[in-house]
Design a protein around this ligand. Structure first.
Ligand code: ATP
Ligand code: MG
Ligand code: FE
Length: 340
């Protein structure tokens, strides 16, 4: 069965074709990062309009890449939520119109389920059950995954997501938008220093986390350094790199400690890491070194938003999916409330 996947929840338009026998046949992506950069964040109205512009050309490119035509498509999966309402509607309208025209089933997919199942696109796949750490721009959650559609929330960030903390911290350090990945690169150049940022909720005895105070701790440290050195503008490079490293150390320490706790609590021996922060080199290193645990990451290209993960999740649901009557989007949608 050939499934077309459409992702448009935020600032990436992703289209892909997944074949249940032959695997991923095509994957096309357009990122709007450059368009939103001058505003320092995603402008929802611009995002929706750009998705509308990109969806048809990306679909054509996917079909061409796979050597298929519209008639070969067996089902269409799209991101129903969570995400930006207008951006979701662009993808939902496109997917539903195409499904209607081709008279094929439509499969609404939860964006985070897409992220969470993306490690199954790797050659080396986890088997159920596993603990999933979803760590992206909007979410930081631990889930117990017993099978497709069987997800239990174990704990989550009570304020900022880890990716959001990376981006906000990068912004206050003067790094260009979106700063998360850039901050991670500068952290490689950081050296041990007398800086120390808090590890929020490290000892909270549950699987909840908090990252907003960490960003404030960085701000306080930056202000202090500026006062001491009398530099109003840019921080000296090495000091900035040290701050990046210490910030990243703090995030990775918390995520690693909570991951250990989640594995202990469930008794599972496999950890799946998904979402944009899963691209982080230090987090990968740290979670790969957990004793007696196998850790799985999606291929780098499928860490951030993409159509491949939506096509794949759609293919997994195809057998049980009911053809949708009409369509809607769910900008707010907890993953634990998926109903099969
Ligand atoms: P959600 O999936 O929760 O709706 P999203 O789709 O915006 O949010 P993703 O696309 O999965 O999130 O990931 C983007 C986030 O990942 C951004 O916050 C970005 O800073 C972060 N990110 C990307 N690369 C890295 C990296 N190497 N280190 C740390 N953070 C990173
Ligand atoms: Mg994005
Ligand atoms: Fe995402």
């Amino acid at each position: 069965m050939l499934v077309l996947g459409i992702e448009s929840s935020c600032d990436e338009t992703g289209v892909a074709l997944y074949d249940s026998t032959h695997g991923l046949l095509a994957h096309q992506l357009h990122t709007q990062i450059a368009m939103h950069a001058e505003y320092g964040g995603v402008v929802p109205e611009l995002a929706s309009r750009d998705h509308i512009r990109r969806l048809t050309p990306l679909t054509h490119a996917s079909l061409q890449q796979a050597g298929k035509t519209y008639r070969d498509i067996d089902a269409i999966a799209y991101t129903q939520g969570p995400g930006l309402g207008g951006a979701l509607l662009a993808g939902a309208s496109f997917a539903n119109a195409l499904a209607f025209a081709l008279n094929k089933p439509i499969i609404p997919v939860h964006h985070l389920e897409g992220h969470m199942l993306s490690p199954l696109l790797s050659e080396e796949k986890p088997a159920f059950p596993f603990v999933a750490l979803l760590v992206s721009g909007g979410h930081t959650q631990f889930m117990a995954v017993k099978g497709i559609g069987n997800y239990t929330l174990l704990g989550e960030s009570i304020d900022d997501a880890a990716g959001e903390a990376f981006d906000k911290t990068a912004k206050l350090l003067g790094l260009p938008y979106p700063g998360g990945a850039k901050l991670a690169e500068l952290a490689r150049l950081g050296q041990p220093s007398n800086l120390h940022f808090p590890r929020p909720m490290l000892h909270s005895h549950d699987l909840n986390m908090s990252f907003s105070g960490l960003k404030t701790a960085v701000l306080t440290a930056v202000n202090k350094i500026r006062t001491e050195t009398g530099c109003d503008a840019e921080l000296p490079e090495q000091i900035r790199n040290n701050i990046c490293r210490e910030f990243q150390d703090a995030v990775v320490d918390v995520l690693t400690s909570k991951a250990k706790q989640a594995l202990k609590q469930t008794g599972y021996q496999q950890l799946v890491v998904a979402g944009g922060v899963g691209a982080n080199w230090q987090l990968r290193q740290s979670l790969n070194n957990l004793p007696e645990v196998r850790t799985f990451f999606p291929p780098m290209a499928y860490c951030t938003d993409n159509g491949a993960m939506i096509a794949f999740a759609g293919a997994m649901h195809l057998a049980s999916a009911q053809p949708a009557a009409g369509f809607n989007v769910k900008p707010r949608w907890p993953l634990s409330q998926i109903v099969q």
